[in-house]
Ligand binder design. Structure first.
Ligand code: HEC
Length: 183
């Protein structure tokens, strides 16, 4: 009896190790597939391109804005190309690394920025662990988007709602401090 119990706990321990390894593998980042994201690439929202629904702003750090816009403006969704930069409000940005960078987030990295007239500073960046200013986990909400939307929430894609309404979002978008820089 005693040996049966210990055999069972051994099995449990092995199973636990196995699942933890599986989780850490699917959420590991392949450095060779990581784009070099520096703070100066984050632009004031009016220097980005508004998606056709008007809900969010896009750019492509590799220069292929047409490929990013094609997905952003599609009514049926699609997979965003590497280099895609998507922003809802100045402080919240998603960037797509090269294919294979991170399986769990389909190669998206989440950024929480601190913005001012001086520019953008990266406060937090990462994959499944990044939390926004309201204490919400980016990935936790965005992963609920149905697969054809590639973790982009928009409206009606299945994500958990934000605690702020569209009017508040529009007000925050229109008062990006980085756009008020004099130069
Ligand atoms: C409570 C759920 C929730 C959390 C937490 C959350 N988001 Fe979102 N996010 C949404 C929803 C819903 C939208 C769509 C809002 C709209 O267009 O009205 C959205 C929109 C966006 C967009 C515009 C593209 C899109 O998906 O529609 C970006 C970029 C974005 N969020 C990034 C982030 C980042 C980065 C974080 C964490 C720092 C984060 N979000 C945290 C729910 C969330």
């Amino acid at each position: 009896m005693k040996s049966l119990v210990s055999l069972n706990s051994l099995k449990m321990a092995l199973l636990l190790c196995f699942s933890l390894t599986a989780i850490s593998q699917s959420n590991s980042q392949d450095q060779d597939k990581q784009l070099d994201v520096t703070e100066d690439l984050f632009k004031c929202l009016t220097e980005m391109t508004r998606s056709s629904t008007g809900a969010f702003f896009v750019d492509n750090m590799l220069g292929d804005i047409d490929a990013t816009l094609a997905v952003a403006n599609s009514e049926t969704g699609g997979e965003y190309p590497a280099g895609s930069v998507i922003s809802l409000v100045p402080s919240e940005v998603m960037i797509k690394h090269d294919a294979g960078w991170n399986e769990a987030t389909n190669d998206w990295e989440f950024f929480e920025l601190t913005v001012s007239a001086a520019g953008s500073e990266i406060a937090v960046r990462g994959t499944t662990e990044v939390v926004n200013q309201f204490g919400g986990n980016c990935f936790g909400c965005h992963m609920l988007a149905t697969p054809e939307w590639d973790l982009i929430c928009g409206t009606g894609h299945g994500c958990a709602p934000l605690p702020i309404d569209r009017e508040t979002i529009a007000n925050i978008q229109n008062s990006d401090p980085r756009c008020m820089k004099e130069d």
